[in-house]
Design a binder for this molecule. Structure first.
Ligand code: SF4
Ligand code: SF4
Length: 273
């Protein structure tokens, strides 16, 4: 991201599993068909989660095709809740607090996800009025995530979410050739776009599972909320694409020649492809 005013917030949105009590592996509902080891209810620890909150099959997740585990990214909500909301308390040592911790985690996840998009919006060239709206929303976001767990649980973030969605629409409309508002949820399942010029296209919320984007031109292309599971982005330059997340990248198929925006990392497995 280009705007350095938010370096601390940007860092806080990167996952740091070593500082977390394995929240995603307990708090979330998982389905085997989505690439998790088993079907499990929210609040039940995964059978592979060890007492030290590490995964006992971490090194084998790729071989075992655990795509759900490999793709998941909490935008830093896990370590945030573990480290600042519940110092010396966790769901295992304090089971009476477990449900509360999981609820706080889910709310902070949503706030961090919105912060991720807002940071990207702040780094883009929009008009001053929209830029100011983005700044206000980022400041509100930081205030909300700094609250104590009891206050976080009392918050109604619906109006805030509406405000974020509206400003992201404005940003998208200003930057992309396609209008955000006129778009329906598009289905590009398996579509072959190979080497197409898709500059400025709006794929926000599109289903792009297994779509072939190899070698496409993707400057200003909006991927906000697009489902990129198994999309082919090998040999593809996404440095100018908009609103990508680490979870989308982790779920797609890239290689050592895939170029990503600076706020995103290449999965290790891509280096050998
Ligand atoms: S919740 Fe986030 S930080 Fe915690 S283990 Fe999961 S991905 Fe890592
Ligand atoms: S397999 Fe590992 S990473 Fe996946 S949910 Fe279980 S403990 Fe978490």
């Amino acid at each position: 991201m280009k705007n350095n005013n938010y370096a601390d917030l940007e860092a806080a949105l990167k996952i740091d599993c070593e500082k977390c009590s394995g929240l995603c592996c307990v708090a979330l509902y998982c389905m085997k068909t989505d690439g998790f080891p088993e079907n499990k209810q929210a609040g039940v620890p995964c059978k592979h989660l060890m007492p030290d909150f590490c995964c006992d099959i971490h090194a084998q997740l790729a071989n075992k095709k655990m795509k759900g585990c490999l793709a998941y990214d909490c935008f830093g909500a896990g370590q945030k809740v573990t480290q600042s909301g519940y110092v010396n308390v966790n769901w295992k040592t304090n089971p009476e607090k477990a449900n509360e911790i999981f609820r706080v985690f889910r709310i902070v996840f949503q706030l961090h996800q919105m912060a991720w998009y807002l940071l990207e919006a702040a780094s883009l060239n929009t008009d001053k009025r929209i830029g100011a709206e983005v700044e206000v929303l980022i400041a509100q976001n930081s205030q909300m995530t700094a609250l104590a767990p009891a206050e976080i649980l009392q918050m109604d973030i619906t109006n805030y979410q509406i405000g974020v969605n509206q400003v992201l629409k404005k940003v998208s409309n200003q930057l992309a050739a396609d209008s955000f508002d006129k778009m329906e949820r598009q289905d590009y399942f398996g579509k072959n776009f190979k080497r197409a010029n898709l500059n400025g296209r709006n794929f926000s919320m599109a289903l792009m599972i297994a779509a072939n984007l190899e070698g496409c031109s993707l400057t200003g292309t909006n991927f906000l909320g697009a489902d990129l599971r198994d999309a082919n982005i090998k040999n593809t330059d996404l440095r100018g694409s908009l609103f990508l997340t680490q979870m989308q990248i982790n779920a797609a198929q890239g290689n050592a020649k895939t170029k990503l925006p600076p706020n995103l990392s290449s999965p290790i497995s891509w280096q050998s492809r």
